[in-house]
Design a protein around this ligand. Structure first.
Ligand SMILES: O=C(O)CCC(=O)C(=O)O
Ligand SMILES: [Fe+2]
Length: 265
């Protein structure tokens, strides 16, 4: 079903019980434990990336420009961080579009569930924000934050010409010295920051609820483009209206979403 997009020879995850898939799951768990992140370069093959281009161009053109400052740290810690990017949601993706097919691919949900060892695991059921495209043009950024939902998987669609690096400090959410780590970070003197450099077509599984992370400002065109897929440990979870308004400038989806989209994987 998704062989026109995903390199199933390199990542044969359609059948999670086959030895090759189990080996990838094992590697993913190990990477998450040691590095806090698991990347799968070439997850989309070049023809798959090309097949997505037309849809992504349109989504970025029709997306909502978001610019604000938010409280991204636990109460009482740090300053507000800047958010500047363009977002397009699931309700802007035709049913059989490449992005939507990828998100609705049950084998991918199952695979992510196995790697993160969260069972059962469900696609986030939000009609707008569960599957979204973001674009960072020159000067755009996503300031330091922890994610609030259970799990996010990202697919790099295009790297920025310069800047736009994904930077992170793994597994610090529950550290007793978190406040001083955040102080160092915002003062620009943290030595804990790691940078993840991924090519277009790379799928990244990352524990964004436990790791502090950001997308650094983009310095030169072309823009940075990502597809973000969200998952939850409880069925039927969505995002708040506050998130809808901030990211998409609307509370309701543009078109009604068929119920099959909300099914568990
Ligand atoms: O674009 C990325 O690499 C990460 C985005 C992110 O952290 C988020 O959407 O919460
Ligand atoms: Fe995040």
């Amino acid at each position: 079903m998704v062989g026109d997009l995903v390199d199933l020879d390199r990542y044969p995850i359609a059948d999670i019980t086959c030895p090759e898939a189990l080996a990838i799951v094992r590697e993913g768990r190990q990477r998450l434990a040691t590095d806090g992140v698991f990347t799968m370069p070439g997850f989309l093959h070049p023809a798959g990336l090309a097949a997505m281009e037309e849809e992504i161009d349109r989504l970025c053109r029709d997306g909502f420009r978001r610019l604000d400052h938010r409280n991204a740290f636990p109460t009482g810690m740090g300053e507000k961080t800047r958010v500047s990017l363009v977002c397009a949601g699931l309700d802007q993706m035709p049913c059989e579009s490449p992005s939507q097919r990828l998100f609705m691919w049950d084998a991918l949900t199952r695979f992510v569930s196995e790697v993160l060892e969260r069972r059962p695991y469900y696609r986030n059921a939000d009609a707008i924000a569960s599957c979204m495209v973001s674009e960072y043009a020159c000067g755009d950024e996503l300031g330091w934050h922890f994610d609030t939902n259970d799990g996010a998987v990202t697919l790099m669609l295009r790297k920025a010409g310069s800047g736009g690096a994904f930077e992170y400090i793994p597994d610090i959410r529950h550290r007793p010295d978190l406040a001083s780590i955040i102080d160092d970070l915002t003062a620009g003197r943290s030595s804990r920051v790691r940078e993840l450099d991924v090519m277009a077509g790379t799928l990244t599984i990352f524990n964004g609820g436990r790791a502090l992370h950001r997308v650094a400002p983009v310095l030169r065109a072309p823009s940075r483009r990502m597809l973000t897929l969200s998952y939850e440990t409880e069925p039927g979870q969505g995002f708040s209206d506050e998130i809808h308004m901030r990211y998409f400038g609307r509370r309701q989806p543009l078109t009604p979403v068929p119920s099959r989209r909300n099914a568990a994987g």
